[in-house]
Design a protein around this ligand. Sequence first.
Ligand SMILES: C[S@@+](CC[C@H](N)C(=O)[O-])C[C@H]1O[C@@H](n2cnc3c(N)ncnc32)[C@H](O)[C@@H]1O
Length: 649
Amino acid sequence: MSAKERKQEADACKAMKAFGFTQLQVKSAIKELLPLYGGSWELIKDAKYEVLLDFLLSKNEEEDKVAKSKPKVGKKCSTVAPKNMVEVLPLALPAISSDSEDSQPLLRRSCRRQQTDKSNPVMMQTSVGKVQDNENEQPCGSQSCFSAEDMEIPLVRLLPWHQIEKASAFKKKSNLQLVESTVERVGCVAGQSSQSFGEEIAESTQLHGRNAVNDAKLLSHEDYEEDKCKKVDSSQIDKLFCHKRKRSLRSASRQEKGKTPLKPHGVVVGGLTSDLGTGISCLATKIEPKKEQVASASELDEVPLAVVHPETVEKQTSACGTIKAIPYVEDVSKGEERVKIPLVNGCAAEDLPDFLYISQNFVYDKAYVNFTLASITDKDCCTRCLKDCLTCCMPCACANRTGGEFLYAPGGLLKDSFLEEIISSQRFKKPKLIFCRDCPLERSKGKYEPKSCKGHLERKFIKECWSKCRCSKQCGNRVVQWGISVALQVFQTPEGKGWGVQTVNDLPRGAFVCEYVGEIITNAEMHVRNMQSRSGNKHIYLVPLDADWYTEGILEDEKALYLDGTLYGNVARFINHRCCDANLVGIPVEVESPDHHYYRFAFFTTREIAAMEELTWDYGIEFGEQDHHQPVQAFKCLCGSSFCRDINR
Ligand SMILES: C[S@@+](CC[C@H](N)C(=O)[O-])C[C@H]1O[C@@H](n2cnc3c(N)ncnc32)[C@H](O)[C@@H]1O
């Protein structure tokens, strides 16, 4: 071995020591890995030794399994995952000093609070690794549990709700179709036993931390029948980004270990014929497997595809009537979102509204939106937190902005108490209204009289940590800013409401679904658009950002803002209205701007939602009066709710 190689090996050992791996372990891993990577140290060193860490953790896991399968001799495991917790491996953690070479990998200490909060089903506790003397643990006095000085590392790993579902799905089901990783590219696995899926997720967790696993999408199908699922559209394979290194590494190491390589098992929509590059494709009702569309094991290994089960497709077909071919757009977001949002069941693709998909709000022209770092003071962001604010013992500055507590529970769902408050304030009771002293909406009508404000819904804000905060991007107080992570579809509603949005998977209560995205326009711009749409007899889809209007004396016009999703918008512009008992609720979310003139408007589930159920929110419109200045013009309501406000229905 050359001096250079020795140095590289020593560097790798040093880096891995932070994770508790011994020199011996690292050296032997390198010996195995280097040939797989054609002797390239660059690849091994890439992304802070990502592959090496992945490899070591996989080995560790396997050794664990072997150890577990052997009868236990005396020694007890120091941490045992409670029944309701899913066992996962921890994130890549910051460097900790491990003096002892033979110390177990991944030593962790935690705040007592974290350890004891076992009531929360979304709290995960790892059983891997040894816990240091808990007696020495101090309740944290600082803002963060993880101060730079003591470098405490949380024992408890908090998983987002969809990951938990997945993790348990892995255990329950053997016929899973898809794992799609959106941020860190791939996580598509197919043809494995439940155990293998679990391994994949665990590997993914280890490798990418929250990024990969949090964003993994899993479509499971209990009634999956292997023989019906044979096709992969190779054109989709090209389009999708994958984590080649990781996958080839897995394949290679699998083969080396004598494991069978991953085989195609999940099904990707077959029979797709692209329609002149419009992005619109046609899916023949009969799905005949074509040879060239069957992915090889290695291809599939590398495909993070949205997989649709043929049966699901057929179900969608029949819901729309007798359709010979289903025109659909593979992804209405055109890749703008981290997940694909297919247009399904559309009876005629040209019926799609003329709009451009954007995944984040854009200022149209005059709106004043202040995103400067300077506008965020120290009391508007957490300056002392490290890692995950939700695990801090003391509320940080961000929590203080919402009354001293975070509104997200660990795992990313809204806290039940907060959700309940929001729902009850908006629903059946008379909604609580607040009145502006100088209402921009009334002003825009031209017949402005002071105190003529008709009132705006009182809305509570969620405050998320953001770029100026010290916590990590994986902090649990960052949900909406990650973007859409649930699988959605745009479909033709059978009741005649036009397009609508449905969820592909079951959703729990309090889950973030999507933001309402559109052009940020001012009150005056809204007025002009309203006039134009009325003369053209067209509807525009506006959301007023009026949650803070009442605090101002006379609100300048460029600060009285609306989101207009009509021509530029995201999937939310397809979500239909339901009076009162809608399954989504819109909540203002402060992310990058501490003043509340501009904020994000995010939809969360108000209850558990079953797969393939339509998503709806209450637009808040009044059907009785002909108010052309309502953000969304009234229509003949077909919501079907027993609480429908449309008396003409
Ligand atoms: C924001 S868009 C929703 C997407 C729309 N369905 C489409 O096809 O583009 C609002 C429009 O959808 C229709 N819509 C929404 N909810 C409805 C309901 N409950 N009943 C009837 N039409 C509805 C109305 O035409 C309304 O102007």
